[in-house]
Design a binder for this molecule. Structure first.
Ligand code: AMP
Length: 223
């Protein structure tokens, strides 16, 4: 099963992706995290994408595809995986279907307002070492602003500044339509209200996925 999380930055895709990973054992693949790692390591790809990422705009499809293809080929993805932040355009969805052909899919759209996104992201602090995310509104960072797991100083992501958050939301709205239509046509699109608590959102996701995975076992043996 390929689980695709759709929703603007700040909708909770990362958090829900981690819960899905823990509950079902499907690894979470975040293209944002993979690209940030390339930037941090100073690779050739990282150098090509750094400025675009800082601005909140989308990285070119062929560059993102490189990191996705490498990751879904890993042995731990053979039984299934959760995509967080990919695909973001219809073309990316079509490319994905070409590099991993015939895998059953479930697309989950997490719906959320721009106001909630602004509030959540403007309070977000992340650990640059291990990627743990804190939020001054609902997952308080430690008072000394150091990561309890690895001791690194928590930072605000480059693209979590208010003007960039707005730009990312605008781009999401602009590009998501054809992607939603695509998954809706394939009858694999499910909508979830993302304004609720983490537990409530996950409970809705679990009931969708339990149904899908059960149905899939009946229909085909492909994970
Ligand atoms: P995220 O952590 O998912 O918010 O992604 C951070 C940034 O990485 C985005 O604003 C884009 O610049 C880039 N990025 C991540 N995933 C994609 C993608 N599927 N297509 C294009 N750009 C992406």
């Amino acid at each position: 099963m390929r689980i695709i999380l759709l929703g603007p930055a700040g909708s909770g895709k990362g958090t829900q992706g981690e819960l899905i990973e823990r509950h079902y054992g499907f690894p979470r693949i975040s293209t944002g995290d993979l690209l940030r790692l390339e930037v941090m390591k100073g690779t050739e790809l990282g150098k090509m994408v750094a400025d675009i990422m800082k601005s909140g705009r989308l990285v070119a499809d062929d560059l993102v595809l490189r990191v996705v293809r490498d990751r879904v080929d890993d042995p731990d993805c053979q039984a299934g995986y959760v995509l967080d932040g990919y695909p973001r355009t219809l073309n990316q969805a079509l490319l994905l279907e070409k590099i991993d052909v015939g895998r059953p899919e479930t697309a989950l759209e997490i719906m959320i307002s721009e106001e909630t996104v602004m509030e959540r992201l403007s309070g977000r602090l992340v650990c640059p070492e291990c990627g743990t995310v804190y939020n001054v509104h609902n997952n308080q960072p430690p008072a000394d602003r150091r990561c309890p797991a690895c001791g690194a100083e928590l930072t605000v992501r480059n693209d979590d500044r208010p003007e960039v958050i707005k730009e990312r939301f605008r781009i999401y709205r602009e590009t998501i339509g054809p992607l939603l239509e695509h998954y809706s046509r394939k009858q694999v699109l499910f909508r979830v209200d993302g304004q609720r608590t983490v537990e409530e959102v996950f409970s809705s996701i679990r009931s969708i996925l339990d149904d899908r995975i059960r149905g899939d076992r009946g229909a085909s043996s492909r994970p």
